[in-house]
Design a protein around this ligand. Structure first.
Ligand SMILES: *Cc1c(COP(=O)(O)O)cnc(C)c1O
Length: 404
């Protein structure tokens, strides 16, 4: 496990590269081109199957792991390019792409755990992951304990030796941008650890560098980055990904070559998009924090973030997401998200368009009032995914929407 570079700090500079290795920005440009032949841009292998030369090779591909020229549910050269690029950016041995972030998360959870096993999971987590853990896992006899991921030692305290096989964390976490200490998670002995790093992307943090076993992304978000792909990915060791691959082929949530192709396209500009979104988000966060209609702003780049020191330690950039608490509660939240004109009301994040969501009426609508409260969501919580519009237009838009 390598320590994070002490000179890197959230919002001020990007992660320093390992000596001699290219910067992540360069890796994002060059990665995932192994199967390009002489084409500069990735080739879209829009085919469900491949002509196999003979029975022996066909058998080898059907029984081996990760064949890319057998049948697309098993693997595909375009999808492989995307997987290679993510593995390289995450510092992982390999990766496997899925049809969505939930495809990736359900493969990790149901591919690793069996009846009688125990999972420790973070309470502050994407609502789909929470519902999978809380309503699907018990049906299969898998027991789940939820803990506060921001509390030091909480994961370790909930681990049952010999029983806990998986620890599931998300950082920064939905929807209040709570952080989990990656070094603490990576130091857990026993269970397999997985981090949903969707909000961060590999440009902001690399969980595997801290000793975490698996990193998951909804590449639907910032990685593909243009709101035109539904895509997930898991990166880690050859051993773990091979194990997951065997489950994934039967689960059937394999990535579509077209979405993987859009994922590769998105990766090329991920570093510049993130820098711009982070700096715009910083300005919006400071503006909103000073606004009387806003009770609280959560953003890892603000001095007021309760885990600001941890953000400095493990995140290269604060990212483009911020969450606000409106003083006027549910009605103020609804009015705000229906009043913005540049920012649009839609449930996603990480794309070029600034989007606003009101979790109490959308993403978290199926949670009970107690579960809402446990997730730190109030009726006035609004999440903003900052896009690539001009910052002055966004400040004016939010200011207008907050006017009484
Ligand atoms: C969107 C999201 C997911 C689910 O990804 P899909 O691609 O929509 O299936 C999982 N985790 C986080 C943090 C997300 O934002």
């Amino acid at each position: 496990m390598s320590e994070p570079d002490p000179t890197s700090s959230c919002g001020d500079e990007v992660l320093a590269p390992v000596a001699g290795a290219p910067h992540p920005d360069t890796v994002a440009i060059r990665a995932g081109r192994a199967d390009n032949d002489t084409a500069l841009a990735p080739i879209l292998w829009a085919t469900s199957t491949f002509i196999t030369p003979d029975v022996d090779q066909s058998r080898a591909m059907a029984t081996g792991v990760g064949a890319t020229r057998f049948y697309t549910r098993y693997g595909n050269p375009t999808v492989r390019g995307f997987e290679d690029a993510i593995a390289e950016l995450e510092g992982a041995e390999t990766a496997r792409a899925f049809a969505s972030g939930m495809g990736a998360l359900s493969a990790v959870i149901l591919g690793i755990c069996s009846r009688g096993d125990h999972i420790v999971a973070q309470r502050q987590i994407y609502a789909g992951t929470q519902l999978l853990l809380q309503s699907v896992c018990p049906r299969f006899g898998i027991d789940v304990t939820f803990v506060d991921g921001t509390e030091p030692g909480a994961f370790a305290a909930a681990v049952r030796p010999g029983k806990t096989v998986l620890v599931v964390a998300e950082t920064p976490a939905n929807p209040r941008l709570d952080l989990v200490d990656l070094a603490e998670l990576g130091a857990l002995a026993g269970p397999i650890t997985v981090v949903d790093s969707t909000f961060a992307t590999p440009l902001v943090q690399r969980p595997l560098d801290h000793g975490v076993d698996l990193v998951v992304h909804s590449a639907t978000k910032a990685i593909a980055g243009h709101n035109d792909a539904t895509l997930g990915v898991v990166a880690g060791s050859e051993e773990l990904i091979s194990w997951l691959w065997s489950f994934a082929v039967l689960q059937g949530a394999s990535a579509s070559p077209f979405d993987a192709w859009n994922g590769l396209r998105g990766l090329r500009t991920l570093p510049v998009r993130l820098e711009r979104q982070s700096s715009t988000a910083q300005r919006l966060a400071e503006f909103l924090e000073a606004h009387p209609a806003v009770r609280e702003v959560r953003f890892p780049g603000l001095a007021s973030h309760p885990q600001r020191e941890l953000a400095r330690r493990q995140m290269a950039l604060p990212g483009g997401l911020l969450t606000i608490e409106l003083a006027g509660g549910f009605d103020a939240g609804q009015r705000f998200v229906e009043s913005t004109r540049v920012a649009q009301l839609a449930s996603s994040l990480g794309g070029p368009e600034t989007l606003v969501t009101h979790p109490a009426s959308t993403t978290h609508v199926s949670l009970s009032p107690e579960e809402l409260e446990a997730s730190g969501i109030t009726r006035g919580t609004v999440r903003i995914s900052v896009g690539l519009e001009h910052v002055d237009d966004l400040v004016a838009d939010l200011d207008g929407a907050l006017a009484p």
